[in-house]
Design a protein around this ligand. Structure first.
Ligand code: GLU
Length: 482
């Protein structure tokens, strides 16, 4: 927070592709900061690169942010609409003398760059156009010679106190007299960003640390334009498990992909929040209100964050178990209907039963797909037996059939179809047979669900009900005869 005023932050994506997880992470941190410190979170679409910006990409950014619930304050700012101000700022700098016109052509610059390389030197613009006399500049402008506008970087050092990296300093001699306006009078990124951030009253600039080298130039521009400096925060890069910068090679990197996989937005946000921030201790699973509560600048990290898709899946499982059933239901139901397990009417009719089922299945699920996969046996007449489950728990078909017959008898004779009495019956059977309870439960689990992973056996029996459970065992006995 600067000057005791409310912080104003922005997310400023270029609409040249889909909303990337790295972009979403940056948006989230800006959002968290704004919400935590009672500030504003603004959205600016940096569409100055007309050739690469697309409406489709802008829409993907809106969709992704909306899906995640990262709502922005005020209307969207389109950078391209601010061209006149960018040019006015460049003119202002010409008037104060902070910048100068450069008539060197791209071909000339390229030639000098080549010569520098041949001498084994780093190329730096030699400021020759800054030494032109005012008359000559005026003559060349009047003659219609094209020029760019360059910033005259002063001597000294440019430094700032980064919220993440603490003090960062750049010797100005390493900063080239950078161009701020092209010969077609369009602004270069650094000018457009600074001009917009000043106009939008941005007090905290939080972005990826791939922008660190732009920051000294931007600081110079703020000073030359007579504007107060914002606070800068440069977030660590996101790497894949192999330690390389996250890219398509690592799998899905577009937020939209995860949305369509049926991931919970709360899980995605929680996962993204841990890419460069830690709430302290070993706390990991958090809801959005908890993240706002716990967010602090001290928890921001310098070192690259690792994007581990397995962790994202795990996180989704945690959130699946945590969210209210009313919220979970609409995320699962369409898939249940598509899988033809039930119609919408049937689900409405058995709402309480259906909610209990969701509650039962979500515990062992990492995705909504997992829930749907496990749900089949509770709806369908016939099930398929997972060959792994068969190999493991019906290894000896005769023995399995024998135990299943005995289990069926014990279950059918249980007066109340409830967890306690059913458990007493099956444990009694195990005892009378002199076998472990597992020996009875495992073949029964396969008979009932066809799966190796499922809820506890009594939970399954109660959820399936007496008729379906007994029918399942009968069908298993037929299958075991084959
Ligand atoms: N459009 C820039 C980007 O997407 C914004 C950088 C900034 O936040 O200043 O990287």
């Amino acid at each position: 927070m600067t000057n005791g005023t409310k912080p104003r932050l922005r997310f400023a994506p270029s609409p040249t592709g889909y909303l990337h997880v790295g972009g979403a992470r940056t948006a989230l941190f800006n959002w968290l900061y704004a919400r935590k410190f009672d500030g504003e979170f603004l959205l600016r679409i940096e569409d100055t690169d007309k050739a690469r910006s697309t409406d489709e990409s802008t829409r993907a950014i809106f969709d992704g942010l909306e899906w995640l619930g990262l709502n922005w304050d005020d209307g969207v700012v389109y950078q391209g609409a601010n061209l006149a101000r960018h040019q006015a700022d460049a003119r202002k700098l010409l008037e104060t003398g902070a910048v100068y016109r450069c008539f060197c052509t791209p071909a000339e610059l390229e030639e000098r760059r080549r010569e520098a390389t041949a001498r084994n030197e780093a190329f730096k613009y030699d400021r020759r156009c800054d030494r032109l006399s005012r008359e000559e500049v005026e003559r060349r402008v009047a003659a219609g010679e094209p020029y760019v506008i360059r910033f005259r970087v002063p001597e000294g050092t440019t430094e700032w106190n980064d919220l993440v990296h603490e003090r960062i300093a750049f010797p100005n001699k390493d900063i080239d007299d950078f161009v701020i306006l092209r010969s077609d009078a369009t602004p270069i990124y650094n000018l457009a960003v600074v001009s917009d951030d000043i106009a939008m009253g941005i007090t905290v600039v939080m972005r990826g640390d791939d922008h660190i080298s732009n920051t000294p130039k931007q600081i110079q521009l703020y000073r030359a334009l007579g504007a107060p400096l914002p606070t800068f925060a440069h977030l660590p890069m996101i790497h894949g498990l192999d330690g390389k910068k996250l890219s398509k090679r690592h799998g899905a990197t577009a937020v939209g992909d995860y949305q369509h996989y049926g991931l919970l937005p709360g899980a995605m946000l929680n996962f993204l929040a841990l890419l460069g921030w830690s709430p302290g201790g070993d706390r990991e699973v958090m809801t959005m209100p908890e993240m706002i509560e716990l967010f602090s600048v001290d928890g921001l990290q310098k070192k690259a964050a690792i994007f581990d898709p397995k962790k994202l899946e795990w996180m989704n499982g945690q959130h699946l178990s945590m969210i209210p059933l009313e919220e979970l239901e609409p995320r699962v139901t369409p898939a249940i209907i598509t899988a033809r397990l039930a119609t919408e009417e049937e689900l409405v009719e058995r709402r309480d039963w259906y909610f209990r089922l969701l509650d039962l299945l979500r515990v062992r699920s990492r995705t909504t797909d997992d829930i749907v996969r496990q749900a089949g046996p509770y709806f369908l007449e016939d099930i398929e037996y997972d060959p792994m489950a068969v190999a493991k728990n019906w290894k000896d078909p005769e023995e399995a059939a024998d135990l299943l017959r005995a289990s069926r008898e014990a279950l059918a004779g249980t007066t109340a179809w409830e967890s306690g009495p059913l458990e007493a019956s099956l444990r009694g059977l195990a005892e009378s047979r002199g076998v472990s309870a597992g020996k009875i439960f495992q073949p029964l689990r396969v008979a009932l669900t066809g799966l190796t992973v499922s809820p506890g056996i009594f939970e399954i029996l109660v959820q399936m009900g007496r008729d379906l459970s007994l029918k399942r065992i009968d069908k298993a006995l037929v299958a075991l005869k084959r």
